[in-house]
Design a protein around this ligand. Structure first.
Ligand code: HEC
Length: 174
């Protein structure tokens, strides 16, 4: 490759990385906005579904690891829910009521967006798909309320239900 070609590839790659990053940030912003709307008793997922650009996987990765959405001091909501449903929430975590509340509404927002993005298997059984996302969204709102109230038992119960929705849907549709 000559220098011009190398430069062209590097530029293309940089542009691609930038587009991907902008897409991820738009999606995170849209999810946060939806979470706030759900908290206010509204919550039309249309804008966030559009930001997701038909990619369920991008939405799911908001829940895991490096790419996950960050709420206050909390990141990796998948691990957060898995830990609480198994061990309950330690006092230090229960003290972060605002973060837990926001995490709950964010989980509900991600559920509502996922509802509209069934994969090919999900499209063949839309009722089951919607049941899983409904169960998840309802439990996520319980999670938010329990988090805000600092109610460890209710938080653990809500986490159990959320965790169950993830596992059941994954075994059926992934
Ligand atoms: C309504 C069904 C459904 C629910 C509920 C659901 N998922 Fe998923 N999830 C999927 C499907 C389908 C895929 C595979 C995505 C693809 O193939 O595009 C997936 C993929 C993922 C991935 C990407 C990595 C991988 O393992 O494929 C993560 C992370 C993930 N889900 C986390 C979660 C968590 C955490 C929950 C619960 C809070 C959850 N999901 C709830 C359907 C669901």
């Amino acid at each position: 490759m000559n220098r011009v070609k190398v430069l062209a590839s590097v530029t293309t790659l940089a542009a691609l990385v930038l587009v991907t990053a902008v897409h991820a940030n738009d999606l995170k912003a849209a999810i946060s906005k939806l979470a706030g709307d759900i908290k206010d008793g509204k919550g039309d997922p249309k804008a966030a579904v559009k930001a997701a650009d038909d990619t369920l996987e991008d939405v799911m990765y908001l829940l895991r690891g490096r790419r996950s959405i960050k709420i206050g001091e909390l990141q990796d909501l998948e691990k957060l829910v898995a830990n609480i449903q198994r061990d309950g929430a330690p006092k230090t975590l229960l003290a972060k009521g605002k973060d837990l509340e926001d995490a709950g509404y964010t989980l509900a927002a991600i559920a509502r967006v996922s509802e509209h993005l069934p994969n090919d298997k999900g499209k063949k059984d839309k009722k089951a798909w919607k049941d899983f996302t409904d169960h998840w969204a309802t439990a996520a709102i319980d999670f938010a309320k329990a988090g805000k109230a600092g109610d460890g038992t209710a938080l653990k119960n809500a986490s159990l239900k959320i965790h169950e929705s993830c596992s059941k849907c994954h075994s059926k549709f992934k």
